[in-house]
Design a protein around this ligand. Structure first.
Ligand SMILES: [Zn+2]
Ligand SMILES: [Zn+2]
Length: 167
């Protein structure tokens, strides 16, 4: 297989992973897996969340793909496994490091990152869409509803801080 076709295979696997991650988040993590995922939607009190079991489980699939690629001596499958793994790494960087600040790493704001962060915040504020991570699709109506709620929350927080500072 030519190099370009192999790179295209890896890229296709990367793009397909956004769909798989959407479906998994929506129907598995917010379905039967909610007992683990709930910890991610609750205010966190510990460094690790029960939700962290998910990436461990997902990495088993990635490892299995690499193992299958090497057992079958299948080069395109190897590149597909690479695309899947790269998606996992980018997801970790965007979601856990940039959005939720789970590691003491400073990441500069970029237009794309801000868009993804603001979109993911809507999932946390309202529940429901967007379940996607790297290409979140949210209606304008949901965006403004979430913005209203967040603004009210912010107001309540600053007024309670005001009251406290006057005491
Ligand atoms: Zn969720
Ligand atoms: Zn999150």
């Amino acid at each position: 297989m030519r190099a370009l076709a192999l790179i295209a295979t890896g890229l296709a696997a990367f793009v397909a992973m956004e769909g798989i991650s959407y479906a998994t988040h929506r129907w598995v993590m917010h379905g039967a897996g909610m007992r683990w995922h709930r910890s991610h939607h609750a205010p966190s009190t510990t460094r690790l969340e029960a939700n962290d079991v998910f990436p461990v489980v997902f990495s088993v699939f990635g490892i299995a793909l690499f193992a299958a690629a090497s057992a079958l001596d299948n080069v395109p499958l190897f590149w597909a496994a690479g695309g899947v793994t790269l998606y996992g790494a980018v997801y970790l960087f965007v979601h856990d490091i940039y959005i939720h600040h789970r590691l003491p790493v400073e990441v500069d704001d970029r237009r794309y990152l801000i868009w993804v962060r603001d979109s993911h915040r809507i999932h946390h504020t309202l529940g429901g869409e967007p379940y996607g991570m790297l290409f979140p699709v949210v209606s304008a109506a949901r965006r403004s509803r979430a913005a209203e709620i967040e603004a009210r929350r912010e107001e309540r927080l600053s007024s309670s801080l005001d009251t406290r500072s006057r005491l």
